[in-house]
Design a protein around this ligand. Structure first.
Ligand SMILES: Cc1cc2nc3c(=O)[nH]c(=O)nc-3n(C[C@H](O)[C@H](O)[C@H](O)COP(=O)(O)OP(=O)(O)OC[C@H]3O[C@@H](n4cnc5c(N)ncnc54)[C@H](O)[C@@H]3O)c2cc1C
Length: 419
């Protein structure tokens, strides 16, 4: 074990905040570097699911074949800004290469190690932060409109089961009893009881940050630009408000992490999969259990502030303005899922959001030391499962910084795996 170190954690999303919290518990002196408000990146508007069963990569075998159909469908789960196509092509090529049967089995095993213990790893943090009321374990329900649609997802369910996920299957009548608010069009439901969710993602991050501060943690309002090294040893983190002395750093800047890794010679194919949410306050109907429409690829989550529909993928980079039609599509789909919702809602009851999932082509984050310095640890690129994976990521990073062995094999998460 090393002595207590001065550690700068770059980025105060859910990942950075869990990392900072676990580092503090090991006795390190920790500061978070964040140019905006903590928790207002991707961690703000997600579906709030802590899904230990989220082991299926996005690049499943054959998924690429659906792309033309999805792109043609204005209600489809994927959209692309054509001007962005040249920039995203290398990512799509790697995405296609990642989706073999053999590779997705390996990715699922790696993901299970990271997301499986999510609630167990989150519990000590939320209990200390007085945030236990924001996390519940009601399971996660996946619903299908036909037996054929469920059969098409056969490999995904096989991967979950092969990794120890216990699944309860419901037919149309049982589904109606379980979630009466759902449309009768759904005829199959699969419930994973081990999954949990937060009723308020921003509230959760905020309370964890408050606890981090109470324990002596500091928030530095700045944007990290790079690192100062003396040989392989870190001496400081460069920021737009000057250097911050540190003897370890953790890169948790989500979708914005690529240039920071680049400064250390690590070229990672990080992309942003933009996603949207639409919320209805005081909804006329709401599921009790977070529910995923498996075909539409969106989730309806009961939240403290109303009903949240979240999902869809848009490939358009970090800079393009949001296309709010993508959020309103979720409302259309949500009304089909929950027919008890009114056909029209006044504008003041609707809110929309766009956020940047930090994604790698094989749906695994980058987790482990930088090539140029063992003092800089990467913890970014958690894609669709960053809320879920954040607590275990925090535990792993604290182990590495403290000089303990990682509790899981980090080889699948290496920064240089795409070389
Ligand atoms: C629609 C949608 C639904 C989702 N649903 C779920 C879900 O149900 N469950 C789940 O597990 N995941 C879900 N996700 C994914 C999840 O939200 C993300 O994976 C996760 O929030 C990423 O967390 P993060 O801390 O890495 O990034 P972020 O929350 O984006 O935080 C990164 C932070 O770094 C800061 N930053 C950027 N550049 C710098 C810099 N140079 N220096 C310092 N700081 C910097 C940013 O300001 C930001 O605050 C969803 C995502 C979307 C878009």
């Amino acid at each position: 074990m090393t002595e207590a170190r001065r550690v700068g954690v770059i980025g105060a999303g859910m990942v950075g905040v869990c990392v900072a919290s676990y580092l503090q518990r090991d006795g390190h002196s920790v500061f978070l570097i964040e140019p905006g408000n903590p928790g207002e990146g991707a961690s703000f508007g997600n579906a709030g699911a802590f899904n230990a069963s989220s082991v299926t990569p996005i690049a499943m075998p054959g998924v690429i074949k659906n792309v033309p159909k999805w792109l043609r469908d204005p209600l489809g789960p994927l959209s692309l800004r054509w001007s962005y196509l040249p920039a995203v092509l290398p990512y799509l090529y790697r995405f296609w290469r990642a989706g073999t049967v053999e590779k997705v089995h390996a990715q699922a095993r790696a993901l299970r190690a990271l997301v499986g213990p999510t609630l167990q790893m989150l519990r000590p943090l939320v209990e200390d932060a007085g945030a236990a009321d924001l996390v519940e374990q009601r399971g996660h329900l996946y619903v299908y409109r036909s037996a054929e649609a469920l059969a098409k997802d056969g490999l995904a369910w096989a991967l979950r089961r092969a990794n120890g996920v216990v699944v309860d299957a419901f037919d149309a009548d049982e589904l109606r009893q379980l979630e009466p608010a759902l449309s009768r069009d759904y005829v199959r439901g699969l419930l994973v009881r081990e999954n949990g969710h937060t009723s308020n993602p921003l509230g959760l991050v905020t309370r964890l940050v408050d606890e981090f501060r109470r324990r002596g943690g500091e928030i530095v309002r700045a944007r990290a630009l790079g690192f100062r090294l003396d040989g392989p040893r870190l001496t400081a983190i460069r920021t737009d408000t000057g250097d911050r002395a540190a003897d370890a750093a953790v890169v948790c800047a989500g979708a914005w992490s690529k240039p920071l890794a680049h400064t250390l010679g690590d070229h990672v194919p990080l992309e942003t999969e933009r996603g949207y949410h639409l919320m209805i306050s005081d909804p006329e109907a709401m599921p009790r259990i977070p529910t995923a429409d498996a075909d539409g690829k969106f989730v309806a989550t009961p939240m403290a502030l109303g009903l949240r529909f979240a999902g869809t993928v848009e490939l358009a980079g970090l800079a393009a303005p949001p296309d709010w039609r993508r959020a309103h599509i979720l409302l259309e789909q949500g009304r089909r899922m929950l027919p008890g919702l009114a056909a029209h809602h006044p504008a003041e009851r609707i809110s929309v959001w766009m956020g940047h999932r930090p994604s790698l082509p094989d749906s695994l984050p980058v987790l482990g030391p930088a090539r140029a310095s063992p003092d800089v640890i990467y913890a970014f690129g958690h894609g669709h499962v960053g809320m879920t994976a954040a607590p275990m990521t925090g535990r792993i990073v604290a182990d590495l910084v403290t000089g303990r062995k990682s509790p899981i094999d980090l080889a699948p998460f290496a920064a240089d795996r795409f070389r």
